[in-house]
Ligand binder design. Structure first.
Ligand code: AMP
Length: 538
């Protein structure tokens, strides 16, 4: 059944609710198991992460120094409920050495109680930095200790000198990355042709760029530029949007989160960003080897992101351009990209305990899948209202935060790690053909309707726990299939009503495809009609 209108969508929802009642599968009851209680990384984490299985959902209590921790504004439990497990954090507000110590988690349900303890070492106590006392040490060690302390002192002085010299004369990046010192400024090289990167595609800022093309089978694939970027307030002549600038000294890098086509992505602490907190965790994207045109792209991307603000679009805080590398600062989405998240919560995912595969991470249930889809569609409704065509919607470009919060999180930087999802045509151009409708593949036509097609593929990814669309086919075969009108099959666990929505996204004629606003409403209603503790067999 196809769903060309809101009425048809509602009809689908009514049927869906009926299907629900006939296909209910109650979860088996079992006692709690604490699958994971992670020691917080010193100076980095402000939470103790846990995963607890059990059904009915266990009640959790925390103990510190033999006393139960009462939740308050400084310590609280944040968690997400999945089908038969809980995942979350005992979160601390600015923990210090005073919070160091053993933390015991107790999980109980009517079938049993378990406890597990972990040592939380948040910050070194001020006197931990002092050299250890030698009391009780044999006398002959004292000399060795003095030499070691002396050498350490000397090393510190040398390091300090090197650091001062590097800061004064060095051109090397603070983060150990090479590249010229780059500063974005509005008047730089205004005569040079602007270039723009979208989806890793660098294209001249002109609407009539030469249509390079390659031919695959019977299909001519144009090399794609993205004129959309320059319409509706994103044109070349528009005065620059005011992008917030963040000082480099306010950004403290913590660890690498991933790598995109532009450069590495790091978890960092950022000071003076929020009026209510002195520092907060952020994700920073670095731009490697910025030449002039890459810097222009960077500037354009920053302006675009500054203009896009919505609950389901990743929050962009600003740029740091006082030095090298160039940095974009985003809100930190704890669970990373949605594709990885889906795979980690699929039937094949295992949790490693002491290096050994032990139990499944816990599969996402139908209500969670619908919740994820609803949030992405809501971000898309916003993008459509801004007349913004994304052109690369896929689960790899969405991010997952606490509480199963999902946002569209990437506007063109993920081609490196997921390079097999793209098809290279004409040199640098990489096309996400598996997510593209026939008119985009054949005539490089991109529109809100082509984004709707991609959304159908996102639904398919969600209901297959992150499988690659057409995984069994090579890129050339995929192109042949799509242009000949074949569509992806219904995933095993996908209810028919949801597959009907996918089919509504994959109508060959763009105008016949479902409207994103209607789809958002239907998915929302379906999600509400699906209790969290029930599962559906497709
Ligand atoms: P990207 O360059 O956007 O493709 O990012 C590369 C990888 O970094 C992604 O696949 C994510 O795992 C991670 N990442 C990117 N942005 C964020 C963010 N805002 N929060 C957390 N992880 C992120």
């Amino acid at each position: 059944m196809l769903l060309p209108s809101t009425a048809a969508c509602c009809d689908a929802w009514v049927k869906f609710s009926q299907t629900l009642t006939s296909n209910l599968l109650l979860n088996a009851k079992f006692p709690p198991v604490i699958l994971r209680l992670a020691e917080p990384e010193q100076r980095l984490d402000t939470c103790i992460e846990f995963t607890v299985r059990g059904y009915p959902h266990p009640k959790l209590r925390w103990f510190y120094k033999q006393r139960e921790i009462l939740q308050n504004e400084y310590i609280r439990t944040d968690m997400d409920f999945y089908q038969d497990y809980l995942e979350g954090c005992l979160t601390f507000q600015n923990p210090t050495h005073i919070n160091n110590g053993n933390y015991t988690l107790e999980a109980s349900n009517p079938l049993g109680t378990v406890t597990k303890t972990v040592y939380g070492h948040f910050l070194m106590a001020p006197d931990d930095n002092d050299p250890p006392s030698d009391s009780g040490r044999p006398e002959e060690d004292t000399f060795g200790v003095s030499i070691a302390v002396g050498l350490a002192g000397f090393a510190c002085v040398v390091l300090l000198l090197v650091f001062v010299l590097i800061n004064k004369y060095g051109r090397r990046s603070k983060f150990g990355m090479k590249g010229p010192v780059a500063v974005i400024s509005g008047e730089e090289d205004s005569a040079s042709p602007l270039h723009h990167v979208n989806h890793g595609i660098i294209t001249p800022c002109t609407l009539d760029a030469g249509p390079d093309a390659v031919v695959i089978g019977m299909t001519r694939i144009p090399v794609v530029e993205n004129p959309q970027y320059f319409r509706h307030g994103h044109n070349c002549n528009k005065p620059a949007t005011l992008v917030q600038h963040i000082k480099r000294r306010d950004i403290i890098l913590k660890r690498e989160l991933g790598e995109g086509a532009f450069g590495k992505v790091f978890l960092a602490e950022c000071y003076n960003l929020s009026p209510t907190k002195d520092k907060m965790l952020v994700a920073v994207k670095t731009l490697k080897d910025p030449n002039l045109s890459a810097r222009k792209d960077f500037q354009r991307e920053a302006e675009l992101l500054t203009n896009l603000q919505h609950d389901h679009i990743v929050k962009f805080y600003g740029v740091c351009v006082d030095g090298d590398p160039l940095i974009m600062v985003f809100e930190y989405m704890k669970h990373g990209d949605l594709n990885k998240f889906l795979r980690a919560h699929g039937p094949d995912a295992m949790i490693l305990v002491d290096g050994q595969p032990l139990q499944s991470n816990g599969e996402l249930g139908l209500s969670q899948m619908l919740h994820i889809a609803t949030q992405i569609s809501s971000g898309m409704v916003y993008l459509a209202s801004q007349h913004f065509v994304h052109r690369d919607l896929a689960t790899r470009n969405c991010l997952v935060g606490n509480g199963l919060l999902v946002k569209i999180g990437d506007f063109g930087m993920s081609r490196d790690i997921y390079s097999s999802d793209y098809y290279r045509v004409g040199g640098h151009t990489m096309l996400p053909v598996r997510w593209m409708p026939p008119e985009s593949i054949m005539y490089r036509k991109f529109s809100t309707e082509s984004d709707v097609w991609s959304f159908g593929v996102i639904l398919w990814e969600i209901f297959t726990y992150g499988k690659q669309p057409w995984f069994q086919l090579g890129n050339n075969e995929v192109i042949e299939c799509i242009t000949q009108g074949r569509v992806l099959e219904r995933p095993r666990i996908c209810p028919k009503e949801v597959y009907d929505i996918m089919l509504g996204c994959w109508q060959r004629e763009p105008q016949q495809r479902l409207n994103i606003k209607d789809m958002q409403k239907v998915l929302f209603a379906m999600g509400k009609a699906t209790p969290v503790y029930l599962d559906i067999l497709g």
